[in-house]
Design a protein around this ligand. Sequence first.
Ligand SMILES: Nc1ncnc2c1ncn2[C@@H]1O[C@H](COP(=O)(O)OP(=O)(O)OP(=O)(O)O)[C@@H](O)[C@H]1O
Ligand SMILES: [Mg+2]
Length: 236
Amino acid sequence: MTVAVLVEGLTVEFGRFRAIDDLSLAIDYGEVRAVIGPNGAGKTTLLDVISGVSRARAGRVLFDERLELTGRSESAIARSGVRRKFQKPSVFEALSVRDNVEIGLGGAGDPASHEKVAAILETVGLSEHADRLASELAHGQKQWLEIAMVVVSEPRVLMLDEPVAGLTDEETERTAALIRRLRTPDRAIVVVEHDMDFVEAIADRVTVLHEGRTLFEGSMARARADARVVDVYLGR
Ligand SMILES: Nc1ncnc2c1ncn2[C@@H]1O[C@H](COP(=O)(O)OP(=O)(O)OP(=O)(O)O)[C@@H](O)[C@H]1O
Ligand SMILES: [Mg+2]
């Protein structure tokens, strides 16, 4: 089976500070992988390097076992099918919900794209709000809109940074159900999150980062039982 994202010997430095330290990991198609760990562990930095926002000092990221992402621009990486939602929601407040999703598609504007937009709005549960301004949405709905903007382009790799931060319990449950719906055999989903019940509900495997390295990899149930994981993260 082809590996969706292969990270090999990745090191990222900010000045003399090493945010990612010789990190290697493999994420398969069809899986939902959660990347968890304490504040500053390097989770967002990892997504930044995969998506071309930050540069690697050493090592590489390979997409689909054929395309080296390291060194490519953010837009080239997005075009190749590796897409990412940022930690802070950023929708176009002055545009309609529908137009926001159209933008995610690159503005083709043909009948096929209208169908795609309608389908993804249905998937994220925003069909009835399609003509409202994005500014009128609740915080949770904005998160779903942003996911729709990314997913409408049918990414092979979908990365979400803290998709349930600030959401109510009910919104969090709906987001978990949404992520399960977005999982397909030819897509890898990577989720960074601090809400462990949410992680347990969605993730096949978790990677626990600590000081830029992998401390643990396996099921959430095993992570909860791992003394080192409890010590540096879950027990705090
Ligand atoms: N552009 C930057 N310049 C300098 N230091 C940075 C930069 N980006 C991240 N860092 C540092 O790298 C470390 C890892 O940051 P990162 O944002 O990846 O953590 P995180 O695991 O996502 O944490 P959180 O759970 O708080 O979001 C932190 O110590 C952070 O201060
Ligand atoms: Mg972060």
